[in-house]
Design a protein around this ligand. Structure first.
Ligand code: XMP
Length: 326
């Protein structure tokens, strides 16, 4: 019979058998799948696992801390954090085009991650150990979509540091291959992961970088982080997290409008709320949130976030609008 306890025990046995005495690496994204995969593998092989988290500076308020502190506290995993914020901001400077932003973020991410992998492989090698496995949070729907096979990952590192291996081949460990998202959440809960990680709503890999319409800068990211944190706080307080699929909060950095605050005229930016309901993100409808909740979010954002003098609600379904604005 299917129980999360059985799944956990079965996977732990399989992981131990597959990995043996070698070492494994797992990239953490802040999302549910990689967190649960890592926690399972940690439970199976303990200190033979090292996790890598690339902080690209595009996460929401508190998310990096969730990985660095809460996830580590809950699992005892060894974590290597790469602070790459400056590198990403530099690469994104002057870029407004959404596709261009996605490409840059994806490219930089792979470079930074592969360099971290190569460093870990070199360090282990110096200690006479072999990093042979890469853990991935592949789910059953991903397996079906991509035609089935399990395999290996071959990475060429784009490093410019001496002493690192040029070409590394890993075998994949994919302990969630038979599970659907809701089952992964149950397994995560069973493993004692924090609620904020297990119940996290979808969040795009390029992060807040594609929720700023216009150029991505540190100041704009900080401003958007504040607005987003307020929206999330109020949605949670109103008990709406399970009713909505996700609620992107978008900064229209290239748009300004006139406002009045205190006895002065302001010329600030609008924040867009994009709450949607959906089954699978392929189609979506805008969520009919209670007016009082919208009012509270609007009042708080305009009062608490400097440079924002207007909050607008996106009432477009998908199609024609995508969930994200970029
Ligand atoms: P759209 O905007 O295409 O989004 O309606 C559909 C779902 O996918 C998420 N999304 C992404 N997730 N990398 C991701 O990992 C991305 O580049 C990306 N773009 C969109 C979006 O948040 C929604 O859940």
């Amino acid at each position: 019979t299917w129980t999360t306890t059985n799944v956990v025990e079965e996977q732990i046995a399989l992981i131990r058998e597959q990995v043996g005495t070698k070492r494994a690496i797992c990239g953490l994204s802040g999302g549910v799948d990689s967190a649960v995969a890592a926690a399972l593998v940690q439970k199976a092989i303990g200190s033979q696992l090292t996790c890598v988290y690339v902080d690209h500076g595009l996460m929401r308020k508190g998310e990096t801390e969730q990985v660095e502190k809460d996830f580590v506290a809950a699992t005892g995993v060894q974590l290597k954090v790469v602070d790459a914020e400056e590198r990403f901001l530099k690469a994104l400077a002057g870029v407004s085009d959404p596709e261009q932003k996605r490409k840059i973020i994806g490219r930089e991410f792979i470079r930074v991650f592969e360099q971290a992998q190569a460093e870990l492989v070199a360090e282990a090698g110096a200690a006479g150990e072999d990093v042979a496995f890469l853990v991935q949070g592949t789910l059953y729907p991903d397996v079906v979509e991509s035609g089935g096979g399990t395999g290996t990952a071959n990475i060429k590192s784009h490093h410019n540091v001496g002493g690192l291996p040029d070409d590394i081949e890993f075998q994949l460990v994919e302990p969630l291959r038979q599970l659907f998202k809701d089952e992964v959440r149950m397994v995560g809960q069973e493993l004692g992961l924090p609620e904020e990680i297990v119940q996290r709503q979808p969040f795009p890999g390029p992060g807040l970088g594609i929720r700023i319409v216009g150029e991505v800068t540190k100041d704009r990211l900080d401003l958007l982080r504040e607005a987003d944190a307020i929206a999330r706080e109020e949605l949670t307080a109103a008990g709406l997290d399970r009713d909505i699929w996700q609620c992107p909060v978008v900064l229209l950095a290239d748009v300004r409008s006139v406002g009045v605050q205190g006895d002065g005229r302001t010329y600030g930016h609008p924040i867009v709320l994009r709450p949607v309901s959906s089954e699978d993100a392929m189609t979506a409808d805008w969520s009919r949130l209670p007016y009082e909740v919208l009012a509270k979010i609007s009042t708080r954002i305009t009062n608490e976030v400097a440079d924002v003098n207007r909050v607008v609600l996106d009432v477009t379904s998908k199609p024609p609008g995508t969930i994200e604005w970029e």
